[in-house]
Design a binder for this molecule. Structure first.
Ligand SMILES: CC(C)(COP(=O)(O)OP(=O)(O)OC[C@H]1O[C@@H](n2cnc3c(N)ncnc32)[C@H](O)[C@@H]1OP(=O)(O)O)[C@@H](O)C(=O)NCCC(=O)NCCS
Length: 165
């Protein structure tokens, strides 16, 4: 993973992030350009990008919002005012890797770098929702499956998964 730099997103990378989100998710699941723009403006320090050093291209990212809440609710996707900067937990909102960078361990590396950094900041737990088909992947990353989430995002059924840092 030496060919990638893991860092906070920059303001001028908003459009690139919106495009990656639309490549990675179907329309009913993707974060809207408006919510993505607000998220990056308010909490760039919780929006980690993996940048390919040789090209400067964003290959993938992981973003979230800090809170003292302990379970996921869909409002976190759309209402950035719920962010509590000193919150002890992170609700993860999106993990994206562009198709040509997949299958090489990049998602694992981004999640690992994100966990390490947030642990150093004193955070306690990361929470996310994912479709059933992604549960095995997050189990491999060290998350625990908490069962069906209180979420109807995109009209689908989601699992809530957590990792204690
Ligand atoms: C899911 C996604 C982030 C994986 O990215 P990636 O860089 O290819 O993942 P990695 O190479 O780090 O894979 C890590 C492990 O997860 C597994 N995995 C990856 N994608 C998987 C999938 N779609 N289903 C099940 N397991 C998967 C890999 O097999 C690998 O396991 P291994 O170490 O035993 O080989 C990427 O395919 C993507 O952006 N998809 C579209 C958006 C999405 O679904 N995001 C997650 C939403 S919750």
């Amino acid at each position: 993973m030496n060919q990638f730099e893991f860092r906070d997103i920059l303001p001028q990378e908003v459009e690139a992030a919106i495009a990656i989100e639309q490549t990675c998710f179907p329309p009913n699941e993707a974060c809207s350009p408006k919510a993505m723009t607000e998220r990056i403006a308010k909490v760039p320090d919780l929006f980690m990008v993996a940048v390919e050093k040789s090209t400067g291209e964003i290959a993938g990212f992981l973003n979230g919002v800090s809170t003292n809440e302990t379970t996921f609710r869909d409002e976190f996707f759309t209402d950035i005012s719920l962010c509590e900067h000193a919150g002890e937990n992170i609700m993860l909102l999106g993990l994206d890797v562009l198709p040509r960078y997949r299958g090489k361990g990049l998602a694992r590396a981004i999640v690992s770098a994100y966990c390490k950094r947030e642990k150093e900041k004193g955070r306690k737990m990361l929470v996310l929702t994912c479709l059933e088909e992604k549960v095995p992947m997050y189990l491999k990353f060290g998350f625990a499956d908490q069962g069906i989430a209180n979420s109807s995002w995109g009209g689908e059924e989601w699992h809530e998964m957590t990792i204690i840092l």
